[in-house]
Design a binder for this molecule. Structure first.
Ligand SMILES: Cc1cc2nc3c(=O)[nH]c(=O)nc-3n(C[C@H](O)[C@H](O)[C@H](O)COP(=O)(O)O)c2cc1C
Length: 152
């Protein structure tokens, strides 16, 4: 079994819907994937060190990732230093009209952890649509499938 961690934060529920879709995509490989889903405020260093793959979901707030996801990184960055090198990860964002600030902030910090991005960031603008949910589902599936096939 490969271990996949999904960490997200959502204030009004949009990112939560994407997270549920991404989790459903990963769960399609339930025989081979152990999935752990955590609200960013409850996610811990132990969760991160447990993971062999990581999905991160956040709204864009003020041109940045949500404070809750940033807090997770603040709490784990130095404690995880050198211990998550090469961790394959992917990002999904819910936002009104931009999303790029959140993506670039996450990518910059992920580089510091030494993580490896396995897919372009998924940016979902405006109301969450069935197409957004399908894309999030595919992202979860892609990471899970890549893990089980040993591609990452
Ligand atoms: C405090 C705050 C700041 C926001 N800043 C941005 C922003 O900088 N860019 C943007 O595109 N959307 C921004 N938004 C819109 C949210 O990203 C958007 O509503 C998102 O879908 C919320 O996701 P959630 O329901 O998971 O919390 C902001 C929303 C809030 C509440």
């Amino acid at each position: 079994m490969k271990r996949l961690l999904l960490i997200f934060h959502s204030q009004s529920g949009h990112t939560r819907r994407l997270a549920e879709a991404a989790a459903a995509g990963a769960a399609e490989l339930e025989d081979e994937i152990e999935l752990r889903v955590r609200d960013a405020r409850a996610a811990t260093l132990d969760d991160l060190l447990w993971a062999q793959g990581l999905l991160l979901g956040t709204p864009e707030n003020f041109g940045y990732m949500s404070g809750a996801l940033k807090d997770f990184m603040d709490r784990t960055y130095y404690a995880a230093e050198g211990k998550t090198i090469g961790l394959p990860y992917a990002v999904f964002i819910s936002c009104d009209n931009d999303g790029r600030g959140a993506v670039s902030a996450i990518e910059r910090i992920a580089t510091g952890y030494g993580w490896r991005q396995i897919a372009a960031a998924l940016i979902c603008r405006g109301e969450v649509t069935p197409e957004h949910e399908a894309q999030a589902r595919e992202l979860g599936q892609t990471l899970a499938a890549g893990l089980t096939l040993g591609l990452f």
